[in-house]
Design a binder for this molecule. Sequence first.
Ligand SMILES: [Zn+2]
Length: 378
Amino acid sequence: MAEFERLVLTGTPRERGIEHGERFAEAVAANVETYRERFAHEGVDVDAMREHAAEYVEYVERESPDYAAEMRGIAEGSGVDLVDVTMLNVRWEVIYPAWKARTEAENEAATAEAEPPVDGCTSFGVMPCATTDGTTYVGQNWDWLAPIADTLFLMELRRDDAPDVLAMTEAGIVGGKVGVNEHGIGIAVNGLISGDDGSEGFRKPYHVRFREVLDAERYDDALRPILETDRVCSANVLVGHADGELIDLEAAPELVNTIYPEEGVLTHSNHFETDAVESVNERRGPSTLYRAERLRRLLAEETDGDGAGADGVDSAAIRDALRDHFGRPASICSHVDESLPEIEHGQTNASLVIDLQERRILGQRGPPCAGEYHEYAL
Ligand SMILES: [Zn+2]
């Protein structure tokens, strides 16, 4: 589809937010509209969700003043209401309770509505022992509502009081989703849903945690933001370090399951591998059951580990694997299912391969089979 626009953000949190908001004003407004329409389509009470987001303004201000200041800057720079900007930043934390409320209402109108979208994704990490160049890779295909692809960009944070960061984000969202910092810490994220999601009202939002991961200088401090406090909903977070460490955290509201690489390769999609929680996504999006396993196999075939005779994974092999079309359109390289109404269209919106040693992202917007990867170094 396209290259990422890269926006360098400097100065105070408020100044960074204003810069972000001014540059992507239309995209921020478009994202608010996309989510409102999509959630309304699912029978969610969008006004109640917005009220919940309004209450989160104060919560984020108290818990993470810098994050809140950057959100305020985005609102100021874009002219989009602060509550709507906050709704983007806490969308996971407000949508799960809203879905829960809808389900519990059990009215016929609600049950006739569409199911919530599966926040798809297939992510990976590869350790130096399995790569030809001795580097550590982290990355993913990020699958989500198709219109969001147009609002993605790479934010580059240049800060005196915290690490420099290069991360992909949606216009309006402060915390990056997939990225790397100057200390070689990298992150990839996937949607996960457990039966316990959305039961508790106010806990630190995931996007705030993702920013904190990339604010870390040390690996233990990068893991801490996901682990240290309970969560409103679930998410899968893969955190890697340039010196050859990878840990996958399957986070449910009150439990985190950890997964380590096998033969130097780690992959994850959108279902829990632990039996300790009720995993929900595979009921609506069964492709999660083969996407991660298939990606793992495609990468492992490149190593000596399975006797295939090749000598390791390189970034070209990873890019090939991310273009895999088995099960299309519900493939690793995910495409729009034309049998669905347009409002339900989803696809791979971004594909990223991060070389943690070089602090370099190879990436593109849209399904990766459609174009070339471009290089963005921190
Ligand atoms: Zn494709």
